[in-house]
Design a binder for this molecule. Structure first.
Ligand code: ADP
Ligand code: MG
Length: 169
């Protein structure tokens, strides 16, 4: 079994509904269980001018799938949640699910890079992950909590608003 850490985001349609559907469908993926899910966080869009605010969450799943099979399942869930096919990167989406870590694996193929290449720059990924696992570390050993602290000191998260919302509704 593998432990994977996922980041979920939505900025189109019923965002909380989309995240809840995503988590439910994740739990229905073959040989896969959602072990933990974070609360939802409001986040300013990064890299998208004038886009609507996101809702983001993180999940830890236990899966017997390998990383490419898990990614294929995530894409099916994105489609089921109404995400249009062939949409450009960085466009509004009903549901985006990214693999941040897949055990300690390192993959770099055209369709899958793990650990996710930009996770350490994104507070909306880091903070929900830390909520479900405060001790979580990158496979290279760096604790995510340290990435957040140093990033704040070095002003690397300038302009990124991330705010936990208590009510998942
Ligand atoms: P983004 O998530 O960067 O906004 P998309 O969701 O449109 O963009 O993803 C584009 C492609 O990124 C996916 O089709 C997938 O093959 C690829 N990809 C590469 N690495 C990962 C990863 N770690 N998690 C999810 N998708 C990934
Ligand atoms: Mg994605």
């Amino acid at each position: 079994m593998n432990i994977a850490y996922l980041s979920l985001g939505s900025n189109l349609g019923g965002r909380a509904e989309n995240l809840r559907l995503g988590l439910r469908l994740l739990n229905e993926v073959e040989k896969t269980r959602v072990e933990r899910a974070s609360t939802f966080h409001r986040a300013s869009p990064v890299g998208m001018e004038n886009a609507r605010e996101f809702l983001n969450a993180a999940a830890r799943v236990n899966t017997a799938l390998d990383a490419p099979a898990l990614l294929a399942a995530l894409k099916n869930i994105e489609r089921a949640a109404g995400r249009a096919d062939g949409g450009a990167k960085w466009t509004p989406r009903t549901l985006d699910i990214d693999i941040i870590f897949f055990g300690a694996e390192r993959l770099n193929t055209p369709s899958l890079t793990v650990p996710h290449p930009r996770y350490a720059e994104r507070l909306f990924v880091l903070l929900p992950l830390l909520e479900i696992e405060p001790e979580l570390a990158d496979p290279d050993g760096t604790p995510l909590a340290r990435i957040v602290d140093e990033g704040k000191l070095e002003n690397r998260f300038a302009g990124q608003m991330v705010e936990k919302i208590e009510d998942k509704a």
